[in-house]
Write a protein that binds this ligand. Structure first.
Ligand code: 13P
Length: 251
C-alpha cells in the first residue's frame, strides 16, 4: 500500500549551522519513537550534503526544493538533479506554487525537471494547487487536473509509480487558512480519480498524496484521518522540532 509521508519544506530559512542543528535535533527527537510515516526534510541546496552526512537518511529523507530543467552545462547558478542526487538527497520538491509564481515555472519546464529527477533516481514531490480566484470560481478541479496532465502524463505507469503528489491550495500557504478536512479529502479523491483514469486503480491506490497549506499540530490529525490524505508537506511548522514532531506523530 501507499506510504504515509510527512515532509518539511524549510523554504529559504535557516543558515547552514541552524539547518544542521534543526536536522540533528529532529533526528534526536525521533530516537525511540515508533512513527507511522516516512519523515522528509526539504532543505536549501547548500544544506543538502552536510545535512545528509550528519543524519541517518534512512530515518529522515532529505529533499531539495528544486532542480534544474537541464542536465548539465552552461547554466550559471543552476543545480542539476544529478548534483542533488550526489549529495545523498532522495527527494526533490518540484512545482511548488512559489516557484511557479515567482520564478516563472511552467508545466513545460516542470515536465523536464520531473524527467531529470527520475533519471537521477530522485523521488519528485510534485506540487499542484489552485489560487484563491480559481477556488472562488470553482475551477480547482480543472486547474489541478491540467497541472498534473501537462507535467506528468507523459510518464509511463512505472515511472509514475515513483511520484509523490502534494496538493497545496495556494490560498492556504502561509496564511493560517487551512483547507477544511472536507476540502482536502474532496480534492485528494479527485486527484486519485484522475490518476486512476490514466494509469489504472493500482497506480492510483499506491500514489501518496500529501496535503500542504497551514498544516500544523492542531489540524494535522483531522486532515490525515481522511482516507485519501497520505500525509503533509509542511512549511512554517517544519522549522521547529516542537512544532514538526506532533505533525509526524499525528499518524
Ligand atoms: P505553510 O505550512 O507555511 O503554509 O507552507 C506550506 C507549503 O508551502 C509547504 O510546501
Amino acid at each position: 500500500m501507499r506510504k504515509n509521508i510527512v515532509a518539511g519544506n524549510w523554504k529559504m530559512n535557516n543558515n547552514l549551522q541552524e539547518g544542521l542543528k534543526l536536522a540533528k535535533d529532529l533526528e534526536a527527537a525521533l530516537v525511540g519513537k515508533k512513527v507511522n510515516c516516512d519523515v522528509v526534510i526539504g532543505t536549501p541546496f547548500i544544506h543538502l550534503a552536510p545535512v545528509a552526512a550528519a543524519i541517518d537518511t534512512t530515518k529522515i529523507g532529505v529533499a531539495a526544493q528544486n532542480c534544474a530543467d537541464k542536465a548539465s552545462g552552461a547554466y550559471t547558478g543552476e543545480v542539476s538533479a544529478a548534483m542533488v542526487a550526489s549529495t545523498g538527497a532522495k527527494y526533490v520538491i518540484l512545482g511548488h506554487s512559489e516557484r511557479r509564481a515567482y520564478y516563472g515555472e511552467t508545466d513545460a519546464i516542470l515536465k523536464e525537471k520531473v524527467l531529470l529527477a527520475l533519471a537521477n533516481g530522485l523521488t519528485p514531490i510534485f506540487c499542484v494547487g489552485e489560487v484563491l480566484e480559481e477556488r472562488e470560481a470553482n475551477k480547482q478541479d480543472e486547474i489541478v487536473n491540467s497541472q498534473i496532465k501537462n507535467a506528468l502524463f507523459n510518464l509511463s505507469a512505472e515511472e509514475f509509480g515513483k511520484i509523490v503528489i502534494a496538493y497545496e491550495p495556494v490560498w492556504a500557504i502561509g496564511t493560517g487558512k487551512t483547507a477544511t478536512s472536507e476540502q482536502a479529502q474532496e480534492m485528494h479523491a479527485f486527484i486519485r480519480g484522475v490518476l486512476a483514469a490514466k494509469y489504472g486503480e493500482k497506480v492510483a491506490d499506491e500514489t501518496s498524496i500529501l496535503y500542504g497549506g497551514s498544516c500544523n499540530a492542531a489540524n494535522a490529525k483531522e486532515l490525515f484521518d481522511n482516507p485519501d490524505v497520505d500525509g503533509g508537506l509542511i512549511g512554517g511548522a517544519s522549522l521547529g522540532v516542537d512544532k514538526f514532531m506532533p505533525i509526524i506523530e499525528a499518524f
